[in-house]
Design a protein around this ligand. Sequence first.
Ligand code: NDP
Ligand code: OXD
Length: 309
Amino acid sequence: MDAFVYKGDAVRGEQWRALFAEEAPDIDFRLWPETGDPAEVRWLASWQAPSELIAEFPNLEALFSLGAGVDQFNLVQLPEQVSLVRLVDPGIIAGIVEYAIFAVLALHRDIPRYLQDQREGVWRERKLTPAAERRVGVLGLGELGRAVLEALGPFGFKLHGWSRSAKTLDGVECFCGEGGLDALLARADILVCLLPLTPDTRGIINREAFAKLPAGARLVNLGRGGHVVQDDLLAALDEGRVSAAVLDVASPEPLPPGHPFYSDPRIILTPHIAAMTHPQSAARVVIANLRRAQAGLPFEGLVPLDRGY
Ligand code: NDP
Ligand code: OXD
């Protein structure tokens, strides 16, 4: 029998076990650390997998990330025969879409400023910019960026997007490659980051990028904390180059007590909760992928290691 090891918290692990029992009884589900004979383990699912863990399973064929991102893995140390598979999960996509809509609308409607007014006991209305006059620029046109742009469509914003390779999306002006970044930034009254963290994208939202945004632009970071140079963001806020930000991710996580992001009224900060991996949805995605492997088909979400996402 093919063995599958889940390494995550025990409560979710039991939910995964129940789903496997119901929907894939032929697969030998094992909840780490009860992994049985390591030689029988073909598949491992985990949020993180240090090389010592991977080395425990000599016949491992695939490592499933329990998230959409794979930057938490050391791609260089992955044994050659092990495929890395990220989670392309409707549950994660739905979570990100909900959060992105909340964040874009909150920034569009100046909610951080109104919250500050409320705390100061101030009753003050501000000019309302119609959505049709507001430009939203999304960095990353993958599973998540595309879903967010589609959900933003009905609000009437002007939509722009940026990716590595050229894309055509209905109702979205698309840019690509290094040469297209400045054009996207110049059009982003609200900039939304949904990039993977790779050597090419680390620190991409920095002082130079802030200088290219329209004055008073707003930022939503849903990618990884490492995309934003955090001191540059604070400087851009102080200079008025950026007027507010919604940050779901930070570097490091958790941010240490006393970090300026906790108390800055221009920032809405949440602890990496925009999307969560739910067993009900994620386990089914992984089972479907195991069936593909059993049928000799390529995994959905297979990560080309040289690309890094
Ligand atoms: P995908 O791999 O589907 O899409 C990534 C997108 O980024 C693609 O459009 C890709 O371009 C683009 N991209 C990658 N590198 C570059 C580059 N150097 N220059 C320009 N564009 C680039 O990823 P997902 O949409 O599924 O997820 C994106 C990220 O969201 C994850 O990696 C993770 O970091 C984050 N995330 C955050 C969550 C949260 O709770 N905050 C939850 C889930 C994910 P191309 O299309 O040309 O390949
Ligand atoms: C993910 C995440 O990558 O939760 O799925 O950030």
